[in-house]
Structure formats: structure tokens, C-alpha cells
Design a protein around this ligand. Structure first.
Ligand code: IMP
Length: 176
């Protein structure tokens, strides 16, 4: 296990309140509709599982695995698909659930990939966004928290595979 110094940044309570708020917004948008919610693995699994429980709509679950960090702290700029969607999304409403938008490259890659499969609609959501880190224009429909350009872990987000299980989000103080 790594022994980084972590500074609590967004508490579990604050995250849960925000997730509820986002869930209510999406409930208004999709009430009485069928919608496919896509979890972007691995980072968004915790946000995703809380979020879909707070959306009142007819949801089916899909998983899309991508990797761009390769365990470090800066984006490689190259998106690798580790698990493709198991079902078509053509002519269906889709919610794409990401953990964090950093450079924007992954979100844009995912949006292009899903749009090429011709969904009825695509709604994008990210728990976190680092506006100062964006390298490309990247529009996200719903963002939980805008944060500074610091590396964060917890609530699904990792450093070298660790810290995903923290129930809150922390800033990393010292890298080895
Ligand atoms: P992007 O393509 O640069 O926007 O990076 C998106 C992906 O990088 C996210 O889905 C995360 O998996 C990872 N990432 C970006 N910033 C952080 C961070 O601060 N902590 C942990 N992972 C991050």
C-alpha cells in the first residue's frame, strides 16, 4: 500500500448531498422514460452506483472500460478501451457517468464513441471537473464539483490502483 499524505477535500456528506441533487435533476429529465446509464470503469463505479439509486426512471446498466492514466498522475493523452459496451444503444436515451474530467480527452472520446452508435439522446455527467486542466473543449451537461488542478483520490478515484474505497475525496499532498 502506498503511504501518501491525504488532505480531506470533499466530505462523504457533501458528496451524498450532491449526488441526490444530480439524481433529482436526472429524474426530472427522464421520468417515465427508459434510459441506459453507462458507468465508465473503473473510476466512476462508486459515483455511478449511488447516482442510479437516486434516479427515478426505468434504468438499465451498461459498463464502458477505458484507461488513460496507466497508474500515474498525468494523462497519457491516449485513451485505451479495456471493455466495450455489451449492448447497442441505438435509438435509446443514454446517460454517460464519468468520475472526473481532467484534460477532457477521455470524455470527448467517450462522447464520440457513443454518438457514433446513434443514441436517441446523450446526457453527460461527471462528479468532478478541473476547468484549469482542460486541453480540449469539452462540454459536460451536469458537473458535481469544479475543483482546482490538483490530484485527488477516493470515492472511486485512484492513485496506482489504491484509495478507490475511500468514501470521501482527498487531495494528495506528497507524491513519492
Ligand atoms: P482526462 O482524459 O485527462 O480528462 O482524464 C480522465 C480520467 O483520468 C478520469 O476518468 C480519471 O480516471 C483520471 N483522472 C483525472 N484526474 C484524476 C485525479 O485527480 N485523480 C485520479 N484520477 C484522475
Amino acid at each position: 500500500m502506498t503511504n501518501l499524505t491525504l488532505k480531506p477535500y470533499i466530505s462523504e456528506e457533501k458528496i451524498q448531498l450532491k449526488v441526490k441533487e444530480l439524481g433529482e435533476t436526472l429524474t426530472k429529465q427522464f421520468k417515465n422514460e427508459k434510459v441506459i446509464a453507462i458507468c465508465v470503469l473503473k473510476g466512476s463505479f462508486m459515483f455511478y452506483s449511488d447516482l442510479i439509486r437516486s434516479i427515478n426512471a426505468d434504468i438499465t446498466c451498461e459498463f464502458f472500460g477505458v484507461a488513460s492514466y496507466h497508474g500515474g498522475t498525468s494523462s497519457s493523452g491516449e485513451v485505451k478501451v479495456t471493455l466495450d459496451l455489451a449492448s447497442p444503444v441505438e435509438n435509446q436515451h443514454v446517460i454517460l457517468v464519468e468520475d472526473i474530467v481532467d484534460t477532457g480527452l477521455t470524455m470527448n472520446y467517450l462522447k464520440n464513441s457513443i454518438m457514433s452508435r446513434k443514441p436517441k439522446s446523450l446526457t453527460t455527467i461527471a462528479l468532478l471537473e478541473k476547468p484549469d486542466a482542460l486541453k480540449v473543449k469539452c462540454d459536460v451537461d451536469h458537473v458535481g464539483f469544479k475543483i482546482p488542478n490538483d490530484f485527488v483520490v477516493g470515492y472511486g478515484l485512484d492513485y496506482q490502483g489504491y484509495y478507490r474505497n475511500l468514501p470521501y475525496i482527498a487531495q494528495v499532498q506528497n507524491f513519492q
